[in-house]
Design a binder for this molecule. Sequence first.
Ligand code: STR
Length: 421
Amino acid sequence: MSCPHAAAARGTASSDGTVVIDPLVQDLDGETARLCAVGPLARIELLGVPAWTVTRHAAARRLLVDPRLVKDIDAWELWRNGQVTRAWPLIGMIDAGRSMFTVDGAEHRRLRAKTSQALTPRRLEDIRPRIEEFTEELLDALAEHGERSEDGVVDLKAVFAQPLPMRVIGMLMGVDEAEHPMLLKRYKAFFSMLTPQDERLALLAELDEFYTALVRERTARPADDLTSALILAEEGGEPLTEEEVIGNLKAMVAAGHETTIGLILNSVRALLARPDQLRKVLDGEVAWETVIEETLRWDTPTTHLLMRFATEDIRVGDDVIAKGEGVVISYRVIGRDTEQHGPDADEFDITRPTPIRHMTFGHGPHICPGAALSRVEAGIALPALFARFPGLRAAVPDDGIRKLPVMTQNDMEAFPVLLHG
Ligand code: STR
């Protein structure tokens, strides 16, 4: 039995076992349980497009190091034969330009090397003071919003959890703060399933123009940021092409803000809904690191990661992923795997007796290069938030928090809170 709440999920997948993923995310927990109940591999439909998804920790661990699964969209039969086109609303999650996100093998190592070197725990110690400064500034902004608000309600997302990761990734990549509101607005529309596809394609083109201009500017006048470092050739090595630098920059800005917003908000939400657990953290009985890891496991910032493609038939248990088919990794479902996390995998519990060994950052060559950065950010933001506002509480009941209509990311519309209880 590796599906908690499987009984609740019974009979809800369609007769051939395909789970249709809801673009508006109206019942995320129900969908998670339904996917889990199908088995290690589930057939899903993403806005009319069929794919497989992986729902178990062990199976994902194997598949994520299987060289027969590749990122190259040209290995996708439905793309090659024209059944999937740029008119499909999720295409921007896959066809995102040449970067470390879309390439495998030796070329992938070449594309990714500088980025992962820049984001090691040791290198991140240099920017810790800056992250602490950003955090204090945004806590001041929260306090001001609280004072100005008539009913005392403040949106923790808009004022704190959203600007903080954008400032951090903006500083690293050299994106001017004046551009952050523009970027946040466009990425929100990019991820939202309510955005018409022609608008999404237009805003992606605008983002490309913005990033191209930034890369050309840094090519002419290098600065002390990772974008400039990506442009410069290694001693004796091949420099990245302009397209590759732009691709990496896009991937870093997109991944570097959206996922960490989710991590910070989901951690606060889980604790505010469980005062007994919050007490243990504030009393120093449980470390903030444990809160962060349990949130990463239980309420993953990334719900589904699109997509890899089979270059050969791949057998998984009783199923075969046929050559040319697409494979999604459903990290939220994987985080609830009872084989990996025990019978109470569906509970948020920071007092688990065993270490939390989740796979939320992925596994294998593409494992998240920003994992350490997100842990540093959340590890600064969460204790600082509760130190400044020890009486912090949610201003709406937990089930009143609205999720964004986004299929792949697990993020909220807003998180209304009261700063002083
Ligand atoms: C968004 C659009 C874009 O221009 C570039 C990328 C590449 C990296 C992707 C990003 C995307 C969407 C969110 C992702 C990120 C990598 C990690 C992040 C998938 C497609 C996660 O949610 C894990």
